[in-house]
Structure formats: structure tokens, C-alpha cells
Design a protein around this ligand. Structure first.
Ligand SMILES: Cc1cc2nc3c(=O)[nH]c(=O)nc-3n(C[C@H](O)[C@H](O)[C@H](O)COP(=O)(O)OP(=O)(O)OC[C@H]3O[C@@H](n4cnc5c(N)ncnc54)[C@H](O)[C@@H]3O)c2cc1C
Ligand code: FES
Length: 337
């Protein structure tokens, strides 16, 4: 531990850091929450200012003095620094655990989608919020993020929906070697993507492909809690095959009056009467005025950015009411120098 500290500009917040620790890790360890998503320097969610001092952000990238766009998830202070995050609030230090899980079941509901049902060691449970994700370890130093598709009451397991990225180390190559009865190391929970606590606010949910996974956890959580919160899910894919849990979602819509579902295909399909569209276009056509709503978007990063811009600019959605987890292609983080 050094005597150097991270100071937050315009506040009396200051906390220590370990040598080589990132600003984000040090803040969490000290009991503060700051914005983040991927934690690998790709999505920009954690971006904030450097007011004074030095940080290293990559193998050889040193920033000194004033900088606007510093990624705190990869920025390692070199001595006392002053930062200006978008927001920082006092919170409990996150309780995360690493487990060697047991591969209980493997499903392949579509050509490019694998669903892994992982069991935590017998007797172990791990509390999490619907919408959060797990980190899957490929080997020491290499990991991938996958949203938890199971609702929080099923917290003795982790269900992951993995879409194949051609050539991808985990989703294409390693996943083919995983067998029922095998093991996989994961750490959870991570992420700030979760439903707000106000069950009275109608939620519009947008997903592309396996972006459905965290929304599936949220909707099953609402069902289990008998919440009755109005939810309209727009789930998009290029082809019908991409909507790999269509029957299950249609069943939710039949059983629960508060839940509405619109499947959206971006390519024309002979059995599909609706015009080809993207989820954000379909949602805005149905909800041209989103004042008083919350939007939850997950999956393709381009969809997430387009939806955010469209809905806040032309449908009156408050910026703070747009919640998202873009599935940025974050491989391995840049190692510390
Ligand atoms: C917070 C978070 C949650 C996520 N949750 C999920 C989830 O629930 N389900 C899921 O399927 N994925 C999810 N992802 C994406 C996932 O973490 C991996 O990035 C993805 O599975 C690719 O890993 P890989 O090892 O197969 O590919 P890599 O070996 O990392 O990548 C191989 C090559 O493919 C490129 N690439 C990787 N992903 C894409 C992509 N989507 N589009 C185009 N090129 C790409 C890379 O840039 C690289 O060149 C999530 C990502 C984040 C940040
Ligand atoms: S959380 Fe830092 S770039 Fe994604």
C-alpha cells in the first residue's frame, strides 16, 4: 500500500490504491461505486476526467495532467491523482466470488447459440441482481463476460447464453470442447445493468440476439415477484433463428397481461408479415413519446448507441432513464506495464 491517494475533484472523497491497481478497482474496494460495464477498456462507460497526476492506461500509454477521456477501468495511478468521474457514490464494496462450476447442461437452441447451465459447488449460493454478468476464465489472465440469464432467486447456478463469434476464442473454439460434467471457472457478479426499483415505471426493453439473456433474467424476476410492472420487449435478429427462445417469450406474453412482446427481423422473411426493421426503429414507431418510461437495451453495441441517440433526441426519453449493457467485443485487457 502506498501513501498516495486518489482524490475526487470537487468533493472530500479520497481513497488509497494498491500498486498496479486500477482507479475503478480501488474505488470499489474503498466502498464507492462508479459507472462501468466491460472493465476491459472497450465500452467507454467508465470514462471520466484526470485533473492532476499521472496514470498509465496501457502497455506504454502514460497520461499526465489534465485529460478528459480517461478509462478508469484500465487507468493505473502513478502517485497521487485527482479525478473527475461522471458520478461516484458511496456503496458497499462488491461481494464477488470465484467458483469452479460444474457444467450441468448444454443446450444448442440455434445454430449459433449455446446455453450453458453451470452449477455452483454444492451448498454455495451467490447473490446477484437480474441484469448482472459473470466473468468466465479461459486461463489465468484471460476472461470473457457473459450476462446471467437466470433470475436472482436461482442463485446456486449461472445460465449463460453464448452467441458464436466466428473465430472467437471462447464462443467458437473453446465452447465446442466443453462437455456436460466438466468444469468452468467463473467470477460473479459484475455490472451495474439492472432494473430500477420503481415497479410503477413502464419499461421498454430492446435486445438483439443473446442480448436477450440479461432481459430474460429481469423478466423472470418480475414474474417471480408478481410485480405487474408494464414491460414491452422488442427482440430483434437478422433471421428467425436468432430469436432462439421465441416459444418461451410468447408464453410469457400469453400468461401475463403486463408483458408485451414484439419480435423484429432485420431481413425479409417469407413467413413474416411485418416489414424488415431494427429493434430501435420498431420500438420508436410504437412509442414515439417515451417521457415517463425507462428503456433497457442490450446486445449489439451499434444498436445500443443508435437507440440511445434516437430515443433521447426524438422521443423525449430522459438520458438517465436509458440503461444499457453493450456486448462490446472485449477480448483480453491490456496488461499492466
Ligand atoms: C458486459 C458484457 C456482457 C456480455 N454478455 C454476453 C452474453 O450474454 N452473450 C454473448 O454471446 N456475448 C456476451 N458478451 C460478449 C462476450 O464477452 C465476448 O466478447 C464474445 O463472446 C466474443 O468472445 P470470443 O472469445 O469468442 O471472441 P474473441 O476471441 O474475444 O474475439 C475474436 C475476434 O472476434 C471479434 N469479435 C468479438 N466479438 C465480436 C462481435 N460481437 N462482433 C464482431 N466481432 C467480434 C474480436 O474483435 C476479435 O477480433 C458480453 C460482453 C460484455 C462486455
Ligand atoms: S468499463 Fe471501462 S471501458 Fe468499459
Amino acid at each position: 500500500m502506498t501513501t498516495d491517494r486518489i482524490h475526487v475533484a470537487g468533493s472530500d472523497i479520497a481513497f488509497p490504491f494498491e500498486p498496479g491497481e486500477t482507479v475503478l478497482d480501488a474505488a470499489e474496494r474503498a466502498g464507492f461505486s462508479m459507472p462501468y460495464s466491460c472493465r476491459k477498456g472497450v465500452c467507454s462507460s467508465c470514462k471520466g476526467g484526470l485533473v492532476a497526476g499521472d496514470v498509465i492506461t496501457g502497455r506504454a500509454s502514460r497520461l499526465s495532467g489534465r485529460h478528459e477521456d480517461v478509462l478508469y477501468c484500465i487507468a493505473r495511478p502513478q502517485g497521487t491523482v485527482e479525478i473527475a468521474p461522471k458520478w461516484i457514490v458511496s456503496s458497499k464494496a462488491p461481494d464477488r466470488r470465484r467458483f469452479t462450476t460444474h457444467v450441468h447442461r448444454i443446450e444448442r437452441p440455434a445454430k449459433d447459440v449455446t446455453i450453458l447451465h453451470l452449477r455452483l459447488p454444492i451448498g454455495r449460493r451467490m447473490p446477484f441482481r437480474a441484469g448482472q454478468y459473470a466473468r468466465v476464465f479461459l486461463d489465468e489472465g484471460s476472461s470473457r463476460n457473459y450476462s446471467l440469464a437466470n433470475p436472482p432467486h436461482d442463485n446456486d447456478m449461472a445460465v449463460l447464453h453464448v452467441r458464436r463469434v466466428p473465430g472467437g476464442r471462447f464462443s467458437d473454439r473453446l465452447i465446442g470442447t466443453i462437455e456436460t460434467g466438466g468444469t468452468l471457472d467463473i467470477e460473479l457478479p459484475y455490472g451495474l445493468f439492472s432494473l430500477s426499483e420503481d415497479d410503477g415505471v413502464p419499461a421498454v426493453m430492446l435486445a438483439t440476439g443473446t442480448g436477450f439473456s440479461p432481459l430474460c433474467a429481469m423478466i423472470e424476476d418480475l414474474i417471480r415477484r408478481r410485480s405487474g410492472r408494464p414491460v414491452h420487449l422488442f427482440w430483434g435478429g437478422r433471421t428467425l433463428d436468432d430469436l432462439y427462445a421465441l416459444d418461451r417469450v410468447r408464453r410469457w406474453a400469453q400468461r401475463h397481461a403486463w408483458f408485451r412482446f414484439t419480435p423484429v427481423l432485420s431481413r425479409p422473411h417469407p413467413e413474416w408479415s411485418d416489414a424488415a426493421a431494427h429493434v430501435q426503429q420498431a420500438a420508436i414507431a410504437r412509442y414515439p413519446d417515451l417521457r415517463g418510461h425507462e428503456v433497457y437495451a442490450c446486445g449489439n453495441p451499434d444498436m445500443v448507441e443508435d437507440a440511445r441517440a434516437l430515443m433521447t433526441a426524438s422521443a423525449g426519453l430522459a438520458e438517465d432513464n436509458f440503461y444499457a449493457d453493450p456486448f462490446v467485443p472485449a477480448g483480453d485487457p491490456v496488461p499492466p506495464p
